[in-house]
Design a protein around this ligand. Sequence first.
Ligand code: NAD
Length: 374
Amino acid sequence: MIIGVPKEIKAQEHRVGMVPAGVLSLVQQGHEVVIQQGAGDGAGYPDAEYQHAGARIVPGAREVYARAELICKVKEPLMEEVPLLRKGQILFCYLHLAPLPELTACLLEAGVNAVALETIQSDDGYLPCLVPMSEIAGRMSVQIAARLLEREAGGRGILLSGASGAEPATVTVIGGGCAGINAARVAHGMGARVTVLDIDSRKLSHIDEVYGGRISTVYSDPESIHKSVTGADAVIGAVLVPGSKAPQLVTEDMIAEMRPGSVVIDISVDQGGCVATCRPTTHEHPTYRVHDVIHYCVPNMPGAVPRTSTQALAHATLPWLQQLASLGFDRAAARSAELCRGVNLYLPEGQHRSVISCEPVARALGLECVGIPN
Ligand SMILES: NC(=O)c1ccc[n+]([C@@H]2O[C@H](COP(=O)([O-])OP(=O)(O)OC[C@H]3O[C@@H](n4cnc5c(N)ncnc54)[C@H](O)[C@@H]3O)[C@@H](O)[C@H]2O)c1
């Protein structure tokens, strides 16, 4: 199969869909890899390394999309990339379609077979391609909150760890999954007073066990959220209902009750956000204030650490990429339930338009879901 890797064009997105080691392994399996010139520059992978691994370098995105049967990228295509997609082409990237009706409509019209990395899921609920980015976003969220709490950045002027004779900051993490537990771990390590809220009691008891009660765990309901949010110096939103729009758990009234200069980081902004006052921002202009509370809502946080996140991402996605390349879309989806859950859109045989095959995405957009035939 011919696999194409375009350069990401989303604002401040420096990750790339494949590292040279991935190229080598695909080429050794008999596939061809086409990479856009400079695609890996931002992550520290020059063209020469891809070439050495056996990739063909082409000057522009147009050539990549025109040649490849499978497009391997990081973020969802931007509107200007959609016309480059071809009917029946496989699109393999993060998509987060639930809050994106316009893009979904265009991709359906384009007739692509789209695998969303964030919904590839094993039987026990594990999300192998989301986990590495959630780990990174969770860890980053605390270093960002620490900086924003500094007076110079407009924050309350609080050091996360406190100091001798001065109290530490209070950090509330909503959602104790992968991003949440990593945020809690770093915040705890920096000396903050941390509370994690979740509706999954297994997650809470795991955290309680690992940290011997040094991180508080609380069942998530409107009352506990109200108490933990309004008293916090920093709130980190990290909830997920796979494929669906994030539930809005933090109301504007709660934000208004927070102390001026407090910080909200909504990691779940890529699924619409769990904070009512959340709207997507960019690495260029990452923050805004509502009721004097600093909001940071960047949907591609790991893009700021492209070397680390490209390495983590490329290794997590390679096995799925290999399956798709070796078996083709239909056989790979039929053979692997995990990969099949990742398919959000597919082009039925003989049709010109794709259909939605991921139930939570279809529900969020009020559209029909059509299961993939086995
Ligand atoms: N902004 C970014 O750059 C970035 C990067 C990576 C991941 N993410 C996003 O972060 C979010 C979290 O991802 P994850 O991998 O940690 O997911 P996860 O599935 O591991 O964890 C989500 C947690 O939310 C909990 N949850 C669901 N409903 C809840 C509720 N009402 N109250 C409290 N908790 C609730 C779940 O029980 C689960 O433990 C996702 O939306 C993901 O797409 C964003």
